[in-house]
Design a protein around this ligand. Structure first.
Ligand SMILES: C[S@@+](CC[C@H](N)C(=O)[O-])C[C@H]1O[C@@H](n2cnc3c(N)ncnc32)[C@H](O)[C@@H]1O
Ligand SMILES: [Zn+2]
Length: 367
C-alpha cells in the first residue's frame, strides 16, 4: 500500500452524622453512586430523562408513502441493493423486498429500504433534531467539524457518481454533485426518515452493506466510524473491521473512501481502551462513541484496501480557539488546547488495476 500523509477532545438533628459518606457507600456501593452521577450528567447533557424509553422507530413510520416516490424507490432498491445475507439480487413487490435465494425479507416504508430487522434502535434515534440543528445553525461546531471538511470532500465530487454516505444522519452537510445518485445508509430509523436529500435511504449497518460489489464511486463516512460500537472494545473493533471490509468490497476500482474522524491523543486512547468496557457497563447504550487512533485507522485501511493510496489530512485549529466539545452542550466552550481529540480525514483511493503498487510513501500537509 502506498501511503501519502497530508497533515493539514441533612438533616441536622443535633448529632452530626459523622459517617454520612460511609453510610451512603454501604447503602449504594461506590459503583452505584458513580453510575447514578454519570447517568445524571449524561442525561442532562442529552436533555433526556433516565426513565425515557426508546420508542421503536418503526412506530413513527407510516405504512403508506405520501409523496409518490415509492415506484422510484422500488426501482432503486432492485438496481442498487443486494440481499444482506446472500448478496443475491432483490425483488420488490408492493413494498415487500425479498431475496429468492435465501428468503430474506425487508420492506419499503416511507420510501426507506428497511434492510435491518426494523426493531433495532440507535442511540441517535432521539438525537435527530440536535444533529440537524448542529448542521443547519452553522455555529462553532460547524466551523470545527464541517466547514473545511466539507470543502475538502467536495473536491472529490464528480458529476454522475454513485455516492454511499455511511451513517448519513438526518441531514447532509454537503452539496451533492450534479447527476449523482446518493445512497444514505443509517441504522437510526428517525435519522434516515428525516433525510430527504439522499436518493435512496437504507436502514441498515455499515457492518453489512447491502450493495453490489464494486458499485460505489465514492463512499463517505462523516464522523460515523466512532459511533460504530458494540458492548465491548472487542465488539467495537469487530464492527469497524467488518465495516471497512464491506467498504473495500463495494467501492469500484479507482473509487474512493473518505473518512472524517476524531483522533484521540495517545493518553486518551490508552485510557479509553482501558476503561471503555467498565464505563459502557455503567452507561449502557448511551456510551456510543469509541475514538480510533490514527494507527488503528491505518491498519483497518491496510487490510480493507491493501493496494490503495492513502492520504491523511490533519485539520489544525489555533490552540486558543474555543468551541463546544459536545453537540448537545452548545453553551459549553473550551479552548482547543484542552480538547484531547484531533480532526482528521483519511482518503483511500483504490487502484484502477489490481497491480501491486510500490512501497509505501509518507507525506505530510496541513489543511
Ligand atoms: C455523529 S452522527 C454523523 C451523522 C452525519 N454523517 C453528519 O455528519 O451529520 C454518526 C452517525 O453514525 C450512525 N451510525 C452508528 N452506527 C452505525 C453503523 N454501524 N453503520 C452506519 N452508521 C452508523 C449513527 O446512527 C449516526 O447517525
Ligand atoms: Zn438472500
Amino acid at each position: 500500500m502506498s501511503v501519502k500523509c497530508l497533515r493539514e477532545d441533612r438533616r441536622h438533628t443535633g448529632v452530626r452524622p459523622l459517617k454520612t459518606r460511609e453510610t451512603n457507600r454501604e447503602k449504594h456501593g461506590f459503583w452505584e453512586v458513580l453510575r447514578a452521577a454519570a447517568r445524571l450528567c449524561y442525561n442532562r447533557a442529552w436533555e433526556i430523562s433516565a426513565n425515557d424509553e426508546f420508542v421503536p422507530w418503526t412506530k413513527i413510520m407510516s405504512d403508506h408513502s405520501h409523496d409518490g416516490r415509492e415506484a422510484g424507490t422500488a426501482h432503486a432498491v432492485e438496481k442498487y441493493l443486494v440481499c444482506p445475507r446472500s448478496r443475491h439480487a432483490l425483488v420488490v413487490r408492493e413494498g415487500a423486498i425479498s431475496c429468492a435465494s435465501c428468503g430474506f425479507k425487508g420492506r419499503i416504508q416511507d420510501n426507506i429500504a428497511v434492510m435491518s430487522d426494523g426493531n433495532q434502535f440507535s442511540f441517535f434515534d432521539d438525537k435527530v433534531k440536535l444533529m440537524r440543528r448542529g448542521i443547519l445553525d452553522r455555529g462553532a461546531n460547524w466551523r470545527i467539524s464541517f466547514e473545511r471538511q466539507v470543502a475538502l470532500l467536495q473536491r472529490y465530487f464528480e458529476p454522475g457518481q454513485v455516492i454511499l454516505d455511511v451513517g448519513c444522519g438526518p441531514h447532509l452537510p454537503y452539496e451533492r454533485p450534479p447527476g449523482a445518485f446518493v445512497i444514505g445508509l443509517e441504522p437510526s430509523g428517525p435519522s434516515i426518515l428525516d433525510n430527504r436529500q439522499v436518493d435512496l435511504g437504507v436502514c441498515g449497518t455499515a457492518a453489512n452493506i447491502p450493495l453490489y460489489a464494486h458499485s460505489v464511486d465514492l463512499a463517505i463516512a462523516f464522523y460515523s466510524i466512532h459511533h460504530m460500537v458494540g458492548r465491548t472494545v472487542r465488539e467495537n473493533d469487530e464492527i469497524v473491521a467488518k465495516a471497512f471490509s464491506e467498504l473495500g468490497r463495494v467501492i469500484k476500482p479507482g473509487g474512493c473512501l473518505l473518512v472524517f474522524e476524531i483522533a484521540p491523543w495517545k493518553m486518551f486512547a490508552f485510557l479509553q481502551r482501558l476503561l471503555w468496557n467498565q464505563v459502557r457497563r455503567l452507561l449502557g447504550v448511551k456510551l456510543d462513541m469509541y475514538f480510533r487512533s490514527v494507527k488503528s485507522m491505518l491498519e483497518l485501511g491496510r487490510v480493507a484496501f491493501p493496494d490503495a493510496v492513502l492520504e491523511v489530512i490533519d485539520f489544525k485549529y489555533p490552540l486558543f480557539a474555543t468551541f463546544p466539545p459536545a453537540l448537545s452542550l452548545p453553551w459549553l466552550r473550551i479552548p482547543k488546547l484542552f480538547y484531547p481529540l484531533e480532526m482528521r480525514a483519511y482518503k483511500w483511493r483504490s487502484p484502477v488495476l489490481s497491480a501491486k503498487t510500490s512501497a509505501p510513501t509518507l507525506e505530510g500537509t496541513h489543511v
